[in-house]
Design a binder for this molecule. Sequence first.
Ligand code: SF4
Length: 446
Amino acid sequence: MANKFSLVSMGCPKNLVDSDNLTERLINSGLSCLDNHEKADILLINTCGFIEDAKKESIAEILKITELKKGSKHLIVFGCLAKRYRDELLKEIPEIDAIFGVGEDERIVEYCKRIAARRKGDTEKIREKHSPIHRVSSYAYLKIAEGCSRKCTYCVIPLIRGEYKSITPDEILKKAERHISGGAKELILIAQDTASYGKDLNGYDIANLLKDLCSISGDFQIRLLYAYPASIKESLLNVIAEEEKICRYLDIPFQHSEDRILKLMKRGGSRNGYLNLIRKIRHAIPDIALRTTFIVGFPSETEEEFNSLIKFMEKAEFDRLGAFKYSKEEGTPAAKLKGHLTDAIKNRRFDTIMRHQADISLKKNKALIGRRFKAIIDEASKGIAVGRLYSHAPEIDGVVIMENSKPPFAKVGMGKINSSLLKIGDFATVEITDVYDYDLKGIIVR
Ligand code: SF4
């Protein structure tokens, strides 16, 4: 067969959604998807060019795949890194047959169809067909907008992905329904800024979209990631507080707390403004889990400013926190700032912030012992189930590990979970019995 493709996706969930969409389009165009590069005829890599580490990982993956490129296999590189470094990649890695940027699915599909048809010797034999969404996990990412119109000085996304553009509600709702009928029990809304959704859509906003998603029938939950602080409106908080299907969880990348650094970053926020926003959110939704990310080692960040950032995070007591070491990106205004810090300083500040967060997280986790929560099951095998509470987003937050359980699961194997009773995507009630820095341990009580 000459029309088998494999696709590897690097980087963030937004890239993963792009990869899923392309996979679906290729399958609908008559090609078959394999998870094995060695047997595939067309090897596709969706690259990430967000920060230095991500670039290195994507390049390493391309080089790894070039070793498998024997005979008449085709290697296609696309995505963020491909868009930023098209000429360099083509020059340095001659094994690449074609390179595409972001949002060029149409061209990639046409290219792949041409290869497949050429190899089959008959263009007519490329059939159009409709594929179901195959599901192997409890959740599905749902992209609600492309691009970003903000101008954060360290970020390459607007250069790569262009201006913010909301995907139409109709398209999102249809995709959501397909995910749910395909077995997804959690829809995770993503965009560069989910809270800005609809700003280009005549009055239909994120709160409207969430309400419409909640009205889809079925037992599922919804989670919102990447809400830019200045875009969070009362209507969004109200809908999270009111709708049972929406996880009481908000991911708000604050990036820093100090006014001078926020100004240099062009984030348009302030320490006091952020503390007020956090108070407002917790007042509106008392049990909300708040996640944030911070950039440490931004150019000219002083020791004093870094210490103030630590005080800010201790005051805010975020439930989840991720940190990035500042990465100097070509073409961004921040790359031209004075006072770039050494890797040693960035590493030390990164370790310090994560150590403080581990303490906060452990303290918060300890307060959960003895309490019962609804958990979604992500893995169930060999007598152990791994799941998440409303306060855990997959891949970036902790998990709850469920070992010993009470009936009905305890009826088999001396208190062990009968994995045939628990399936990926099931909801269970779990009682928290023990905690680690980030993960929890519990028993299933229902
Ligand atoms: S909001 Fe700022 S950091 Fe986020 S994608 Fe847009 S420009 Fe980049």
